[in-house]
Every structure is written in structure tokens, then in C-alpha cells.
Design a protein around this ligand. Structure first.
Ligand SMILES: Nc1nc2c(ncn2[C@@H]2O[C@H](COP(=O)(O)OP(=O)(O)OP(=O)(O)O)[C@@H](O)[C@H]2O)c(=O)[nH]1
Ligand SMILES: [Mg+2]
Length: 284
């Protein structure tokens, strides 16, 4: 698939989402992301994705990669039958920027999803991951947490190993976004992140399945009561202005302007939140 073929078409729709401020302005957001540089040379902004299995974490990474590369790509592996946790390893994804071996100064971390609300091992592993103790390549399991004796335990994490923004990925297409117990567990993870000062956002995925009307008009996204964002916000404690909605690239052959716009505006905000935290850390 060549770049020419996948180049997003100019948005000729006078009622495009960007014009309604729903997804921000694509070019401005793209410029922000392209120009972003942490204040301190050599620093890297780490974005950790978590959530229930099958929520769309790996697909979000692929979507960000696709938008920034200008073509559909599959950096992180995704399973089409999400009956169990497909991603098992802790993996840091870097995105090449222009020249080979030049990367964006932010990375996206994928990890095994939470099996259910009683997945205590996941909560413990999350705490270690946020503090930077989990090395790349660690294979998670549901039976025991990463031990301090494990070769994949990072005893002395640097600022680059620690997480700077936590992204809770939610499948918006399920009837019950997250039951009471899952919400409690997500809240527990959120409180741990808050103790470390790590900002948190939520990204609702699969809005195409949740709100089929958006296929005709993507402006319906944030209006749609079907997304139940307010209820999620109250249950988990993430404020409404930190909750975003996207459609991941999951079956598309080409990029689409509206999908790009939502992914980019979400990414921009994630980076901005993480950067604030990174700067605060540097001042300490
Ligand atoms: N319709 C639709 N399907 C999606 C979207 N995002 C992801 N999917 C599908 O949802 C399934 C699970 O997606 P993954 O990205 O593997 O989810 P995950 O959170 O990484 O899952 P685990 O690794 O198992 O924890 C796959 O079949 C994807 O194609 C989306 O925005 N819309
Ligand atoms: Mg995955």
C-alpha cells in the first residue's frame, strides 16, 4: 500500500468534525505532535495503555502508528477473536520519524489486559509498571506478579523508564462499559497513579460499533448518550475533559480523515498531559 494511495483525502465536507471542534484541527494537532520535544534533551515520554482485554489497546497503538506514518500499519499484533488476553508481553513501541533510527520522543507501552475485576495480579503488575520496574519483554501471567528476583525486574528505573501518562482503554461497544467491580479496580489503579502524580486519561474505542450512526456523521460521537461517558467518569473518577473517543483502524485498508482527526487530537492531549508531569518531575 503506497503512501500515495493511503494519503488521506482532503476533507471536503463542510460539516467535518474538525470544523465543529470535535476532534480538534488535524493539521494543528499533527504539527504539535511532530514538533513535540521534552524540555530536557534525551528524555522520553512514556505512555502506558491498560484496560480490560480486547478493549483495543494494541489497535490504538497501531492507529497512532498508522496516522503518523501516513499508511495503515500493524506495529502491535492484534487478535480478531478477543476471547483471552492476546498481548502478553510488556512492549515499548517507538515510532520512526522520517529518517530510519530517528524516533518521536514519546513511546507507547502495551501490556496484558486485565482479565476481570478480580485480577489482583494485574493490579500489582500495573503498580510496578507505572514505577518503571517492568523491563521490556516481560511476559505477564495471571497467577503471580513480577517478582523482585525476576531478570525482567528493573531495580533502579530512570525517569525514562517510569510512566508519565496512563491511558485507560475502554471498549465503548459493550453494553456495560465496565461493571461496578471493574470500575472499582480501575479506580484503584487510578488512585495509585495519582499517588505517583501520573496524569490519567481514558480512551473509548470502537465508537463505530457503539454508535453506528457515526458512520454517517461522526459529529454524533460526543453527543451520543450511548457512550455513557458521564457514568464512566463518575464511577472511575476520571474527569470528563480527560475522556476521549476514537475509532481505531481495525479493518480499514486506507486512512480516513475523520478517524485520523480523532486519533491525533487524542494523542496530542495525551502528550500534553504527560509533558506537564515530566516537567514537574524535572523540577523536583
Ligand atoms: N469495530 C472496532 N473494532 C476494534 C476497534 N479497536 C479494536 N477493535 C477490534 O477489537 C479486537 C481487540 O483489539 P485489540 O487491539 O487486540 O485489543 P487489546 O486491548 O490489545 O486486547 P488484549 O491484547 O487481548 O488485551 C480486535 O478484533 C480489533 O480488531 C475499533 O475502534 N472498532
Ligand atoms: Mg493487545
Amino acid at each position: 500500500m503506497g503512501a500515495k494511495q493511503s494519503k488521506p483525502a482532503e476533507d471536503v465536507n463542510p460539516e467535518s468534525p474538525s470544523k465543529f471542534g470535535l476532534g480538534g484541527d488535524k493539521q494543528t494537532d499533527l504539527q504539535f505532535v511532530s514538533k513535540y520535544k521534552p524540555q530536557t534533551e534525551g528524555q522520553q515520554l512514556r505512555i502506558l495503555l491498560h484496560g480490560l482485554n480486547g478493549a483495543g489497546k494494541s489497535s490504538f497503538i497501531n492507529s497512532v502508528h498508522s496516522v503518523l506514518k501516513g499508511r495503515i500499519s500493524a506495529l502491535a499484533l492484534v487478535d480478531s477473536i478477543a476471547y483471552d488476553c492476546f498481548t502478553k508481553q510488556y512492549t515499548t513501541y517507538k515510532i520512526e520519524k522520517g529518517n530510519p533510527n530517528t524516533f518521536y520522543p514519546f513511546v507507547l507501552n502495551d501490556m496484558m489486559g486485565m482479565k476481570n475485576a478480580n485480577d489482583r495480579v494485574h493490579v500489582k503488575d500495573m503498580k510496578r509498571a507505572m514505577r518503571g520496574h517492568v523491563k521490556d519483554g516481560y511476559t505477564f501471567n495471571h497467577v503471580y506478579k513480577l517478582s523482585k528476583e525476576d531478570p525482567y525486574y528493573n531495580e533502579s528505573p530512570t525517569i525514562n523508564d517510569k510512566v508519565h501518562v496512563l491511558v485507560c482503554v475502554i471498549d465503548a461497544s459493550t453494553d456495560d462499559l465496565c461493571g461496578e467491580n471493574v470500575a472499582r479496580t480501575l479506580r484503584e489503579i487510578r488512585l495509585e497513579a495519582s499517588e505517583l502524580g501520573i496524569p490519567q486519561v481514558a480512551v473509548f474505542t470502537k465508537i463505530d460499533a457503539a454508535v453506528p450512526e457515526i458512520k454517517q456523521d461522526i459529529r454524533n460521537i460526543y453527543k451520543s448518550k450511548k457512550l455513557k461517558m458521564e457514568r464512566f467518569s463518575v464511577n472511575v473518577g476520571i474527569p470528563m475533559n480527560c475522556i476521549f473517543a476514537v475509532q481505531n483502524y481495525h479493518s480499514e485498508m486506507h486512512l480516513h480523515n475523520d478517524i485520523d482527526t480523532l486519533i491525533l487530537s487524542t494523542l496530542r492531549r495525551i502528550i500534553a498531559f504527560g509533558d506537564d508531569f515530566l516537567n514537574k518531575q524535572n523540577m523536583c
